[in-house]
Design a protein around this ligand. Structure first.
Ligand SMILES: [Zn+2]
Length: 200
């Protein structure tokens, strides 16, 4: 058994981190989207009998230091191994402009760690669950699919940690899809099935 630490990136007060507005006025706010998906993940984990903590239940932005402090404190107390998942949407362009960038990706901290296996499990789940017209962005330069990056929350957490960028909120096509219940459900399911694969 493992205990899952869920981090929903950003807060209501984080600058940027939102899609351009669609013609009908809808807009993807990353903090809100990530919170919805994290709550879906939590419900699915519960149904699977897997325990979890939502480390940033607040609506506002919690500093990255504080996120890591909370995660590491829970891990220290936990009787079972923990994993850390940070849920985000990607953006590639200038705020306010739609761009053409596509796909789902998972990032780990640099170097060969247990997080690499977790990321591989998440990619396997993503390949099974997302519709075939959705792209998975892979980086095989180091022998596995995930992107290695120096994200703060990945460097300062003590447990295997993966940050997912769930498609591009500033790509019109992906943004419209991300705003559907189907997409939120699928993104959540990928995290849960990835964790289940990791636990085997
Ligand atoms: Zn983000």
């Amino acid at each position: 058994m493992i205990h899952v630490l869920l981090d929903n990136g950003h807060g209501e007060n984080t600058a940027g981190k939102r899609s351009p507005k669609l013609e009908d006025g809808r807009q993807l706010l990353e903090y809100r989207w990530a919170r919805e998906v994290v709550r879906l993940i939590a419900g699915m984990l519960e149904a699977e009998g897997i325990t979890y903590s939502i480390i940033t239940p607040e609506e506002w932005d919690v500093s990255m230091e504080e996120r890591c402090r909370r995660a590491n404190a829970i891990a220290k107390q936990s009787k079972v191994p923990t994993v850390f998942l940070s849920v985000h949407c990607n953006a590639a362009g200038k705020e306010g402009k739609w761009i053409e960038a596509y796909g789902w990706s998972a990032f780990t901290s640099r170097g060969e760690t247990k997080a690499d296996r977790l990321a591989t499990c998440l990619y396997d789940a993503a390949a099974e669950i997302f519709p075939k017209d959705k792209r998975l962005r892979r980086d095989f330069s180091d022998g596995d699919a995930d992107w290695e990056a120096g994200f703060y929350v990945l460097r300062h957490t003590t447990m295997p940690a993966v940050l997912t960028e769930n498609f591009f909120m500033d790509c019109r096509e992906e943004c419209e899809w991300l705003l559907t219940d189907e997409a939120k459900e699928m993104c959540a399911r990928v995290h849960v099935e990835g964790i289940k694969k990791y636990m085997v």
